[in-house]
Write a protein that binds this ligand. Structure first.
Ligand code: PLP
Length: 390
């Protein structure tokens, strides 16, 4: 088996790995679901005599190990790391790689909190930030020629405007300049897109979203292949301690087991919602990579198995966007995305409020939908009713 659990299981395909990787049954009882380990500390067989390396809950926990092995397997990496949130994962990676004086090249459409972390936390420690449209590889090459940047950081599809970046192309351009290519794979999830297979160096997740999948756990993940970098990340995870707790790790593992099924349904429902919205008179523009007129459609079709569950729209009458976001009933008005239930979000004042007034500001007419797994007709009726009420 390509998972790190060493169980000799014949799981190979994505859905088999999602169910089995890291999830060997309990050897003492045969329990098919490995037990959740809440113990914070581990008895030693004499000083330093650790059993399987477990010493203390911050440095290692078997439930977290099971998740980390599952993460590595489903993203096609060799090492996985689970954190208390997506931002904690991002912070660990950035601090493992960067030193004062370094620059990060950041995609021009990303989660507001990622920009905030770089601008407001790492900025004062001497890390520079340059914004680049990662879907334009010439612009990326030009930015790298202007000055070295150890990290290229991209979301594809991006939050909230669903921009698509050619991951293989970005890896070529980035590696030619000696940069590490980091892909935030939160929106696609490995069920639809595997950045490491396409040449990226590190995958980042807000596991709070599709990996967990049920809006009941906050978590983050890093997956990579390079052992030297993995050791640096592991040291930061241990030394700083933003690890996921055992119950959170268990819930994330449980969510991942149905990831493939859920992403299929999310994608089908999102495609129906996108085509409904595209024909609506109150909608000026629909952002969904599955639509043939989306500028990144061909690249997305090449590097993704399906187009995912997030659809954004621009209202024809900009100021009505805010009211629209408050008018749906099945789509609940809330932060976050990626759960089985549909959510609506008004980025300008919610998820992206922290980038107001910056290059990454989200226009006031934009509303983001996280399309859940409910019956598609009900979702469309809900949107239709809300649009008609404006
Ligand atoms: N990356 C993306 C694309 C996100 O949407 C988010 C959160 O919304 C994050 C990272 C941060 O993750 P978390 O909220 O789990 O810290």
């Amino acid at each position: 088996m390509s998972d790190a659990s060493g169980t000799g299981s014949p799981a190979r395909g994505f859905d088999s790995l999602a169910v089995h990787a890291g999830q060997a049954f309990d050897p003492t009882t045969g329990a098919v679901i490995p037990p959740v380990h809440f113990s914070t500390t581990y008895a030693q067989d004499g000083i330093g005599g650790l059993r399987n390396g477990y010493e203390y809950g911050r440095s290692g926990n078997p439930t977290r190990t099971a998740l980390e092995n599952q993460l590595a397997a489903i993203e096609g990496g060799t090492r996985g790391f689970s954190f208390a949130s997506g931002l904690a994962a991002e912070d660990a990676l950035l601090r493992a790689v960067l030193k004062p004086g370094d620059d990060v090249l950041l995609g021009s459409d990303v989660y507001g909190g990622t920009h905030r972390l770089l601008a407001k936390i790492l900025g004062p420690w001497g890390v520079g930030l340059r914004i680049v449209d990662m879907s334009d590889l010439d612009a990326v090459a030009a930015a790298l020629a202007e000055g070295h940047a150890p990290i290229l950081w991209v979301e594809t599809p991006s939050n909230p405007l669903l921009k698509i970046t050619d991951i293989a192309g970005l890896a070529r351009v980035g590696h030619a300049a000696g940069a590490l290519v980091v892909v935030d794979n939160t929106f696609a999830s490995p069920a639809l897109q595997r950045p490491l297979d396409l040449g990226a160096d590190v995958v980042v997740h807000s596991a709070t979203k599709y990996l967990g999948g049920h809006s009941d756990v906050v978590g983050g993940a890093l997956v990579l292949k390079d052992d030297a970098l993995a050791e640096k990340v592991k040291f930061l995870q241990f030394a700083v301690g933003a690890v996921s707790g055992p119950l959170d790790a268990f819930l994330t593992t449980r969510g991942i087991k149905t990831l493939g099924l859920r992403m299929q349904r999310h994608s089908e429902n999102a495609a129906s919602v996108a085509s409904f919205l595209q024909g609506h008179e109150r909608v000026a523009k629909v952002y969904y990579p599955g639509l043939s007129d989306h500028p990144g459609h061909e690249i997305a079709a090449r590097q993704m198995k399906a187009f995912g569950g997030i659809v954004s729209l621009a209202l024809a009458d900009g100021p009505t966007a805010r009211r629209f976001a408050e008018s749906t009933r099945l789509f609940q008005l809330a932060e976050s995305l990626g759960g089985v239930e549909s959510l609506v979000n008004y980025p300008d004042e919610m998820t992206h409020a922290s980038v107001r007034g910056t290059e990454l500001a989200v226009p006031e007419e934009i509303v983001r939908l996280s399309v859940g797994v409910e019956s598609a007709d009900d979702l469309i009726d809900d949107l239709d009713r809300a649009l008609s009420s404006l």
